[in-house]
Design a protein around this ligand. Structure first.
Ligand code: HEM
Length: 456
């Protein structure tokens, strides 16, 4: 048995964690609810490793690239995602890949990986561009649109089509709306210090029970259709139903459902948020915006972009990557220590929570000089090569690295090119927009980002 004294035995050589002082009893938990990015920045300014308390519980922010490697790769299985993730996701969604742990996670990850490999993802490029072309046609010249809402519609349609080969997939569709209800419920629940049982008939739970019934009924129908008519269909669901583990076993319908709901949730708001921030930053940097327009006009000459065009659109990719640096949608991730462990000489006791925040990591001056400056050239291949391996982490790393990373990068680059070719945007004046991670699991722009559309 591992004991505290056995694993933390070299006490004299261990480094001491510096703690930010919070309020009596609650610690920094109120600060976290009010302004979590501000709190993370203050912790990062205080040192490479800094602790605080949420109530009586210590929370430690590790902010060096090697800490990401140590916690997410080297000690990946010494940590899990913690109670708040398990108790929130599992009753509602089932034990999908985002909340599963240990051997079960490893096995699921292996089963689910093939559809996300670059060679397979390529087949979704046309779907992405097609929906981009569809949505831009609904924007009249000189009209005003809320860009984040539009990007959400767009990525919802794309994930709906790629998962289920279903065409109508918006928040007004019953399935789309049940998915949105589910992820609102999950993101609110994750913020609560404790959760009343999901079975209790509280108003939020009742809304969620209804949404869950719709999800299960509709996804079951998709599954049954594919089982009855096993024709080739190019959607994730078909691939999940065919996937077999080493013993030749397929997933249960219930597990397939949990994975579909997980992909849906993890795969649309993240990318929509990244695209909203991209347009916001482009509107504020006209020189960079002009270079994007020049690139798409020269390469595409009016054609809808395809997978084959991607290598010819490097500036669009640099812009998208730089946006993910400044405003990483997954601004922080947390892990709970399963045993006593030492990270970079700092003792972490069993049960403690550690935070890793791409938001603060990406603002380290030694890797990203003038970190608030929007400078896509940081991602020119020759400069990107010089970055230390774990200095840029919008998708995490290790065995739980974002499974949709290639999908998301392709989607960002393609949609940026598709839309930039047809329209240009300008921000309406007097909008105060900042990243707001309190309304959802990702760091969205606060409020609507209203832009005026000019058809090109
Ligand atoms: C710009 C868009 C995206 C960003 C910034 C992003 C970011 C991330 C990050 C940081 C993680 C790791 C979280 C952790 O270690 O705790 C993650 C995990 C995950 N992402 Fe993404 N993601 C994006 C798009 C997508 C897409 C398009 C999909 C699916 C179609 C997806 C599916 C997932 C899944 C299933 C996991 C859990 C993987 C596991 O635990 O094994 N993501 N994502």
């Amino acid at each position: 048995m591992i004991t505290q004294s056995a694993t933390h035995r070299h006490l004299s050589t261990q480094k001491k964690i510096h703690y930010l002082k919070g309020f009596p009893l609650v610690g920094s938990s109120l600060d976290f609810s009010r302004d979590r990015l501000g709190l993370l920045r203050r912790m990062a300014e205080a040192g490479d490793v800094c602790g605080t308390h949420f109530g009586p519980f210590p929370i430690i922010l590790f902010n060096k690239p090697e800490h990401f490697q140590s916690i997410l790769v080297k000690h990946a299985y010494t940590f899990d995602k913690g109670d708040s993730v398990h108790r929130t996701f599992r009753p509602v969604i089932g034990d999908g890949i985002i909340s599963s742990e240990g051997d079960f996670h490893r096995q699921q990850r292996k089963l689910l990986a093939p559809p996300f490999q670059p060679q397979h993802i390529a087949s979704y490029a046309d779907t992405m561009s097609y929906y981009g072309e569809q949505i831009q046609q609904t924007w009249a010249d000189d009209s005003v649109i809320g860009i984040n809402q539009q990007m959400n519609h767009l990525t919802l349609s794309i994930i709906g089509k790629t998962l289920f080969d279903a065409d109508v997939f918006t928040e007004t569709d019953t399935l789309g709306s049940a998915m949105v209800t589910t992820f609102k419920y999950v993101s609110r629940a994750l913020d609560l210090p404790f959760l009343l049982p999901y079975s209790w008939p509280l108003p939020g739970n009742l809304r969620m029970h209804k949404a869950e019934a719709v999800l299960r009924q509709r996804i079951q129908r998709f599954i049954d259709e594919r089982r009855q008519l096993p024709t080739e269909r190019n959607d994730f669901l078909s691939l999940l139903l065919l996937a077999r583990d080493e013993d030749g076993q397929t997933m249960s319908d219930q597990q397939v459902m949990a994975e579909c709901i997980t992909f849906f949730g993890a795969g649309h708001e993240t990318t929509a948020t990244a695209l909203s921030w991209t347009w916001y930053l482009l509107c504020q940097h006209q020189d960079i915006y002009q270079r994007v327009l020049q690139e798409v006009d020269t390469v595409l000459q009016g054609r809808t972009p395809t997978y084959a065009d991607l290598p010819q659109l490097p500036y669009c990719l640099k812009v998208f990557k730089e946006t993910l640096r400044i405003f990483p949608p997954v601004y922080a991730t947390c892990r709970r220590a399963l045993t006593n462990v030492e990270i970079d000489g700092y003792p972490i006791s069993k049960g403690w929570t550690v935070f890793l925040a791409p938001y603060t990591l990406h603002r380290r001056e030694e890797y990203f000089p003038e970190p608030e400056k929007f400078d896509p050239e940081r991602f020119a291949p020759e400069r990107e090569k010089l970055l230390p391996r774990y200095a840029y982490m919008p998708f995490g790393t290790g065995p739980r690295v974002c499974i949709g990373m290639h999908f998301a990068l392709m989607e960002g680059q393609l949609l940026l090119a598709t839309l930039a070719q047809r329209v240009s945007f300008s921000l309406l004046p007097d909008q105060s927009i900042r990243p707001d991670p309190t309304q959802s699991l990702v760091s969205r722009p606060s409020g609507a980002v209203n832009v005026r559309v000019k058809r090109r």
